[in-house]
Design a protein around this ligand. Structure first.
Ligand code: ADP
Ligand code: MG
Length: 254
């Protein structure tokens, strides 16, 4: 699968609200895809407050900041986490990166596009909110994955993000994941309600990637700085992630 030389699918993961599980989802989805033989690049798109490296327990020496500020080759920043799983780490505590200029963004995409053909699939874990970098990574991506939870503030923030992306950036094909659910029914119910609102006010029809259960193994794995897919491969959240990965592969055909 890793001989493709054209630009692979770019899947952007966003939420509106923070703390709903974007980074957790991203690193575990990347792990699941890598296990399926898909050479996956995870870009930490939370440029000013990146934490993919922390969640994975990586000791990184270089970050995307050096590519933007010093022209460093992004290939030299790549961190090989595991077979088929690579991370492009971001800096943390760097407000200039969080508010990257238009020129900085253009430069970053130009250099990133040079390394993308080495991968079968690219994931971008974005910052929370509807700031420039979130909108810009979503515009750049071929697929927009939005994480929501049944929590009302997550729903309103997720809706607000999709509204901006649909009305100002012409994005219509959202794929929703409902995280932190108590049951599959709660996930489906949350998706159905959101889909109705999107249809009514934005004429947008989202698709459902599935639920992710609230699972104590997820929190335990974060403390161990390991993907729960590796720390607890048989936990309900791991099963749900593998199902989502299979479904995405069927739809994306990298
Ligand atoms: N399915 C889940 N079950 C239990 N806890 C979860 C789940 N998903 C996320 N969490 C918890 O939520 C916290 C925030 O998740 P994170 O991925 O960092 O969110 P975000 O990247 O959206 O800010 C994690 O530290 C984890 O403890
Ligand atoms: Mg995050």
């Amino acid at each position: 699968m890793s001989t493709a030389k054209k630009t692979p699918p770019i899947l952007c993961i966003s939420s509106g609200k923070g703390g709903v599980g974007k980074t957790t989802f991203s690193v575990n989805l990347a792990t699941a895809l890598a296990q399926k033989g898909i050479k996956t690049l995870l870009i930490d798109g939370d440029l000013g407050l990146g934490n993919v490296d922390v969640v994975l327990g990586l000791q990184v020496n270089h970050t995307i900041r050096e590519t933007v500020e010093d022209g460093r080759d992004p290939a030299s920043i790549l961190f090989e986490v595991d077979t088929n799983f690579f991370v492009l780490p971001a800096s943390s505590g760097v407000p200039e990166m969080a508010g990257l200029s238009h020129e900085g963004q253009l430069l970053l995409t130009t250099v990133l596009e040079k390394i993308l053909p080495d991968f079968d699939l690219v994931l971008v874990d974005t910052a929370a909110g509807i700031g420039d970098s979130v909108l810009w990574f979503n515009q750049w991506a071929s697929t927009n994955i939005i994480i929501i939870t049944p929590d009302p503030t997550s729903l309103t923030d997720g809706y607000a993000l999709m509204k901006v992306l649909a009305s100002r950036h012409g994005k219509k094909g959202f794929k929703l994941v409902v995280n932190n659910v108590k049951s599959k029914a709660e996930g489906l119910n949350t998706f159905t309600n959101m889909a109705a609102v999107l249809q009514q006010f934005l004429q947008v029809t989202p698709s459902y990637l599935g639920p992710l259960p609230n699972d104590s193994k997820v929190t335990q794995a974060i403390r161990k700085q390991k993907p729960f897919l590796l720390a607890a491969p048989d936990c309900p959240a791991a099963k749900a992630i593998r199902e989502i990965a299979s479904q995405l592969l069927e739809q994306s055909r990298p």
